[in-house]
Design a protein around this ligand. Structure first.
Ligand code: PHE
Ligand code: ZN
Length: 875
């Protein structure tokens, strides 16, 4: 095998040839599909003399090729590897190709594929080249007209981007539909579908009074599960009009749901394709979290219509231009629809659980990567979630009004264009007058900055000084980094719990109660004057920057912040810090076999929060959820799997025991037999009830948990109880699993939950059960949702079992990666990254993981994506 090549941002050049028009004719048969493409091509004025026209093509069988009606012979072109080269082309010409492809055997779920009875496409990032020969890069933008032909009885629904312009019957029971997209687009936004699907219809009237037809295509049996997604879409459309003045620009918006999808969803112009888990929901089958995720993902894909589609990317290195910005937009949308603080907490949990480890591992990259081997590997928490944090910091520095002006200017300048992250920053800068020169380092430097804060109070001068020091860690290919510009949203709190005015040295007027400090040196001090008594600082409110903060807070101070910080996010964060300090502080004692004990003030603080009568119940639930074993591990230089597990279990058991009466009382108080409603208050109540159940199960008999399971009337309560039961080594656990399966075996999305609860169980024998479940008739290695629910959940969400000392957890992952390599390389690569943190463990485990990585690396026909992950991990 030749080693895959790495592509570099510094080598980027605009294309030599532009494709103005694309006419596709896709003729679908059971055992093969013919694609005829007619491209209207024009040489770019900047193209070098004699530059050839290069087209990408992958797994295509070339049947015919013509230029301006003349059939080319083999001396007129070369076809090597995945590149078709046409030398000596005129200024403008028409290229026609005909290829044969095999969607029916395409298990990669990229390009055109057949799954669960439907033909559909996935072109981002480089899937269009699996459909036809094309310069498959986002800076080539064309007008598309697409005709789909298929058997009418089997595939009555034929869709593509834009508007339906013609349809009709053909011979032999076949039919066709022709779609035309009035907007130019890059090839990655192309989509088409042929299937037998139910259609749920609705409509939306835009601010300017245009009526948009909304169409949701799903399996017939799922037609009753679209309501929430449709409502979410309407809310998204209205929100983007109100918040950013952005209207939808076509007369029809289609969403197709599929059970077989590599990612969450895809923003193809006017024809989104969704993983069914982000569309289908009703209270009996979906949890509150599912409902919220649907709202968020529907919003995300809709918002892409402007941030991604109308203004697109000039190359894939700029992916965060659309993804970071669109995640920011969907986060803001969800915050406005529900509770802002709760949304922020869950987003930060994701960032800490997924992005921080990535930023500290072998795949660490800036939000605008400088190179890649396989683009699919860069749809990461860094590009998406840290990318959104970077946009959020710009929003924090500029304020909402200037940010909105920046957005307006960005669209004014670049609508219809394919641009880079730089164009976004420049628009923000020009619209606001704020200098973002140093801030740009967030786009080029990887690694999570560590900010240490020192505090000094001078009782005589009444001066309070905060000294910030930052260290940006070395990451692969990057060392000796420059200090970043970091927004520190903060306040000072007096002993009485009241906020103190923030007057900086040199200011004459009394300052505000909250402010954003801009910290952009290696070390910088901020002195506040007129501070009567030593305050407690509340720093990085709302998580104002994606950094790790180190402050030498005592337990007492954290408890104070947990109860008094006016910023709800920071109250939660203080609780998390307190738990993390406590648990990590015990790990050494576990190792030395010392007796563990939990401090009384901590128990009292937990009780106070739990029984607080004015706090939002959702915030209480978040605050009293202990940090996960994975997150705790990430806070340790050398991860002690067993120590963390034992210490965390001890803290949970002790809190359960000492506050037994309170957990029970709050549980009862949160019970409600009324019908299921999806308002924030009901969600909060269910969430707190579930949390109480997790603690109660540690001290009460399994029968009570089983009763909670059996009496549940919605999936939120049912799954919460099942998850608690799954950790118990009791017959009730098996019984509940059996009942759940019998009740839901016809619903593949609910079965994913069934696989997942068993995969993340703390019970002994979990690995053996996971292996047995991989042989279950309802498990399907070709279905990414199933792989993620069972194997993914086990390897990423069950560290204590995955890191078994006999290495059998590692074998399961390596075997899965090797099997998937031949089936779905993109999912295989994602799974392989489960070994990325191997160097953080003890020597024995390091050795075991390294051996598995090497085994994968030596696999024959290793896909470039898997190669990239394992070879970088092994450096
Ligand atoms: N662009 C999609 C999104 O973020 C994600 C995606 C990437 C889907 C690649 C499929 C393949 O909305
Ligand atoms: Zn996206």
């Amino acid at each position: 095998m030749t080693e895959p090549v790495e592509k570099h941002l510094k080598d980027y050049k605009r294309p030599d040839f532009n494709v103005e028009t694309v006419e596709l004719h896709v003729d679908i048969c059971e055992t093969e599909t013919h694609v005829t493409a007619t491209l209207g091509v024009a040489k770019s004025p900047e193209a070098a003399e004699g530059a050839p026209f290069l087209l990408d093509g992958k797994e295509l069988e070339l049947l015919e090729i013509e230029v301006d009606g003349r059939t080319l012979s083999e001396v007129d072109y070369t076809l090597e590897g995945e590149v078709l080269t046409l030398p000596g082309m005129p200024e403008a010409f028409s290229l026609k190709t005909k290829v044969k492809i095999h969607p029916e055997t395409n298990t990669s779920l990229e390009g055109l594929y057949f799954a669960d009875g439907t033909f559909l496409t996935q072109c981002e990032a480089e899937g269009f080249r699996r459909i036809t020969f094309f310069p498959d890069r986002p800076d080539v933008m064309s007008s598309y007209r697409c005709t789909v032909v298929a058997d009418k009885a089997k595939y009555p629904v034929l869709l593509a981007n834009g508007n339906l312009v013609e349809e009709g019957a053909l011979a032999d029971g076949r039919h066709f539909a022709t779609w035309e997209d009035p907007h130019k687009k890059p090839s990655y936004l192309f989509a088409m579908v042929a299937g037998d699907l139910a259609c749920r219809k609705d409509s939306f009237t835009t601010a300017s009074g245009r009526e948009v037809a909304l169409r949701f295509y799903v399996d017939h049996q799922d037609a009753d599960k679209c309501e929430h997604a449709i409502e979410s879409l309407k809310k998204s459309m209205a929100w983007d009009e109100e918040t950013f003045g952005l209207e939808y620009d076509l007369d029809i918006y289609m969403v197709v749901a599929t059970h077989s999808f590599n990612a969450g969803a895809m923003e193809n112009k006017g024809l989104n394709v969704f993983n069914s888990k982000y569309v289908l929901a009703k209270p009996e089958t979906a949890t509150d979290t599912d409902f919220q995720n649907i709202e968020g993902v529907i919003g995300h894909e809709y918002f892409h219509n402007w941030t991604g589609n109308r203004v697109t990317l000039c190359n894939w290195f700029q992916l965060s231009l659309k993804e970071g910005l669109t995640v920011f937009r969907d986060q803001e949308f969800s915050s406005d629809m529900g509770s802002r603080a709760v949304k922020r907490i869950s987003d930060v949990r994701v960032l800490r659980a997924a992005q921080f480890p990535e930023d500290a591992g072998p795949m660490a990259h800036p939000i605008r990567p400088e190179s890649y081997i396989e683009m699919n590997n860069f749809y990461t928490a860094t590009v998406y979630n840290k990318g959104a944090e970077v946009i959020r910091m710009i929003h924090t520095f500029l304020g909402p009004d200037a940010f909105r002006k920046g957005m307006d200017l960005y669209f004014e300048r670049h609508d219809g264009g394919a641009v880079a992250c730089e164009e976004f920053v420049k628009a923000m800068e020009d619209a606001s007058g704020v200098d973002l020169t140093r801030f740009r380092l967030w786009y080029s430097q990887a690694g999570t900055p560590k900010v240490t804060v020192d505090r000094a109070y001078d009782a005589e001068t009444k001066h309070y000084t905060l000294t910030f020091t930052q260290a940006v860690p070395d990451t692969p290919g990057q060392s000796n980094k420059k200090p970043m510009q970091i927004p520190v949203k903060m306040g000072l709190i007096g002993a009485d719990g009241m906020p103190i005015p923030l007057t900086l040295e040199g200011e004459s007027a009394q300052g505000p109660l909250e402010r954003v400090l801009s910290f952009s040196a290696n070390m910088e001090s901020f002195t506040f004057t007129g501070v009567e008594d030593e305050p407690i600082p509340s720093l990085f409110r709302g998580f104002s920057a994606p950094v790790t903060k180190v402050v030498d807070f005592t337990e007492e101070e954290l408890i104070f912040l947990m109860g008094n910080d006016p910023d709800p996010f920071n109250r939660w964060d203080a609780a998390q810090q307190l738990f993390a300090d406590t648990i990590l502080g015990m790990v050494a004692d576990v190792r030395d076999d010392k007796k563990l004990s939990l401090s009384e003030p901590l128990v009292a603080a937990v009780k106070k929060t739990l029984t607080h009568d004015t706090l939002d119940k959702a915030l209480i639930a978040q605050a009293l959820t202990l940090p996960s074993e994975t997150e705790l591990g990430d806070r340790m230089a050398h991860i002690d799997v067993d120590g963390i597990h034992a210490a965390r279990e001890f803290v949970a058991d002790t809190l359960a025991e000492k506050l037994k009466m309170s957990w029970r009382a709050v549980f009862e108080e949160c019970a409600d037999d009324g019908p299921y409603t999806l308002d924030s208050e009901s969600i909060a109540r269910r969430r707190l009830k579930s949390l109480c159940l997790t603690y109660l199960a540690r001290v009460e008999t399994p029968i009570t948990t089983f009763e909670a399971f059996a009496s549940a009337t919605n999936m939120t309560d049912e799954l919460a109880a099942l998850t608690v039961l799954s950790d118990l080594d009791a017959e009730e656990s098996e019984k509940a699993m059996g009942l759940f399966y019998e009740a839901w075996k016809a619903d593949t999305l609910v079965l994913d939950k069934w696989f997942m609860t068993q995969a993340t169980s703390k019970r002994p024998g979990t690995l053996e059960r996971v292996k047995a479940l991989a042989e279950h008739p309802d498990f399907d290695i070709k279905n990414p949702n199933k792989v993620r629910s069972l194997i993914g959940a086990f390897c990423q969400g069950n560290p204590w079992h995955f890191h078994r000392k006999d290495g059998k957890g590692y074998d399961l992952l390596a075997d899965t990666v090797i099997t998937l390599n031949a089936i779905n390389p993109s999912i295989a690569a994602r799974m392989a990254s489960g070994f990325n943190r191997w160097k953080r463990y003890d020597e024995e485990r390091q050795g075991l993981m390294k051996a598995r990585l090497e085994r994968i690396k030596n696999t024959e026909n290793l896909a470039s994506g898997v190669f990239e992950i394992v070879s970088k991990a092994l450096i």
